[in-house]
Design a protein around this ligand. Structure first.
Ligand code: ADP
Length: 191
């Protein structure tokens, strides 16, 4: 059977991580979250972790070349049975182009880009709440604002990119977690 390779796309706080978990459970996908990979490196105190922390704490993106190498490395290390979910990658047009190349070299392709579309006010609310619980150093109002600004300038243009590729499916990200997941399942059923 053909593999189900999903890019889950959306602003910080749009629910990518939450919906990814549900997708993994339902479809048996392998999760690749660049944010998780970087946070693990930070926790381990590795050289890469130290570099990552510099960018993450400022709400900035890591340089494309660095993150693309991390992504390719992670992809080669993981076992893929039914498909992959890319969470937090790509975040720039050059990253999307690199992903296309990395995948085609491995005889893989993106099946769909699920775009979680959530209003800005709701995003900020959710991120502040998450910060209070998770203690994530980048979930404070100053860094959140910076991340949203970076999202609008560098990541949002990817929507257009994937619309042109015929892969973008918008998912209205309001409602409960389960309601949003229902919409996602419908989109996947039609692929
Ligand atoms: P969010 O909850 O904001 O979507 P993530 O957990 O995906 O955040 O990522 C946290 C941080 O890690 C980002 O703000 C960024 O600094 C860094 N990062 C993660 N993925 C990428 C990427 N694809 N390119 C550059 N930087 C990244």
């Amino acid at each position: 059977m053909e593999k189900l390779n999903i890019v889950i796309f959306g602003a910080p706080g749009s629910g990518k991580g939450t919906q990814s978990e549900k997708l993994i459970e339902k479809y048996g996908l392998t999760h690749i979250s660049t944010g998780d990979v970087l946070r693990k490196e930070i926790k381990n105190g590795s050289k890469l972790g130290k570099i990552a922390e510099e960018y993450i704490s400022k709400g900035q993106l890591l340089p494309d070349e660095l993150i693309v190498n991390i992504l390719a490395d992670t992809l080669d290390k993981c076992e893929i049975v039914k498909g992959v979910i890319f969470d937090g990658f790509p975040r720039t047009i050059p990253q999307a182009e690199a992903l296309k190349k990395v995948l085609s070299e491995r005889n893989m392709d993106i099946s769909v880009v699920l775009g979680l579309e959530v209003e800005e006010k709701e995003l900020i609310d959710r991120l502040l709440k998450r910060g209070a619980i998770s203690g994530r150093s980048d979930d404070n109002i100053e860094t959140i604002n910076k991340r949203l600004e970076v999202y609008h300038s560098q990541t949002d243009p990817l929507r257009e990119y994937y619309i042109n590729e015929g892969k973008y499916k918008p998912i209205t990200g309001d409602g409960t977690i389960d309601e949003i997941f229902e919409k996602i399942k419908k989109v996947i059923a039609l692929l």
